[in-house]
Design a protein. Sequence first.
Length: 381
Amino acid sequence: LPAHDLVVVGSGFFGLTVAERVASEFGLRVLVLESRNHLGGNAYSEIEPSTGIEIHRYGAHLFHTSNERVWDYVNRFTTFTGYQHRVFTISKSRVYPMPINLATICEYFGEHLTPSDARELIRQQAAEIDASSADNLEEKAIALIGRPLYEAFVRGYTEKQWQTDPRQLPADVISRLPVRYNFDNRYFNDKYEGLPTDGYTAWLQRMADTPGISVWLGTDFFDVRSQLRPGTPVVYTGPIDRYFGYAEGELGWRTLDFEQEVLDVGDFQGTPVMNYADSDVPWTRIHEFRHFHPERASYPQDRTVIVREYSREAGRADEPYYPVNTERDRSVLARYRARAAAEPDVYFGGRLGTYKYLDMHMAIASAFSMVDNELAPRLRN
Ligand code: FDA
């Protein structure tokens, strides 16, 4: 292994942000180990060769943040397009904007409703069930938005996401279901939003190109750890249960299967993301990646790439995407956290190392905190 002052396990946004900060701010040598044969973690993207269209291999990634420090930071490595995310859904052969807003409600009930009319209508429909007495997801959702909207937009989608009847799911899977009583159908509310102009991989590569950083691809930490000098600090962004040899049991994750297809049409669905709310369609949504970059003149006019997404429980060999976070998971996690606290040279971070869903801007902000609060006192002379 090359000489280094810090080892970072994983080259996702968390690991690369730590590596870049430690190399640039402290002038130290950082060795990044990445088990995959590419860097960037789940934000990695690649060009579909027959069309030149950029595909996000591990699911669509939309950048958004209200954090000024994160926004200033990411703009050092990439510029952003003016992309604004919007999502539509198909329910019983009709198309509606998501998340549920006044346009969705007017369209669904087939009449013009003012914001206060709509609020009153949904209040009456939600009164069917009292939220505090709801003892499964279906009852909780009805208590929040009423039965008609639940049945049209939540039931089938939730059933496919969890592969479970919503009446069998715990009520606390949802704490709120956002309904907007205006015509705003932007998906994110953050101050800044956009997609990296020349793609995620170019952005991530520029972070990794910082002097002082070496990246070893195709290298699993557990295969080389015996070669590390004892006492070398390690930032570990892999799964926390794996680090401890699953000694306390496995943490539950959901994964996604992606089915990619190149079609001989210039435009398949007219928008980047179409959700499928009905339970008789097996996929949850379809992404059409050309629409993330309408500004790219190089994309072909007669071909397009679509990706159907299916959701299921992850096994050990699958990519872990979303923490399931049951009561059992939380108690297993608490035991791993206690073990982690007893490892003086290893710092656990990122979504896999902390068993938390983190958006990209959250992973970056959380890496800043680790550098400022834990690594700086140790590494800075
Ligand atoms: P990440 O998983 O990216 O990186 C961890 C890396 O560690 C991986 O590359 C892995 O191979 C490596 N590794 C693990 N164990 C190892 C070992 N033993 N040795 C060596 N390497 C090892 N966010 C957002 O802001 N907008 C969005 O639209 C989306 N969309 C989205 C869709 C889907 C389906 C998912 C699952 C996630 C998102 N995200 C997102 C979240 C985004 O992916 C997330 O913020 C980052 O992946 C977090 O980066 P990390 O570095 O924590 O993990």
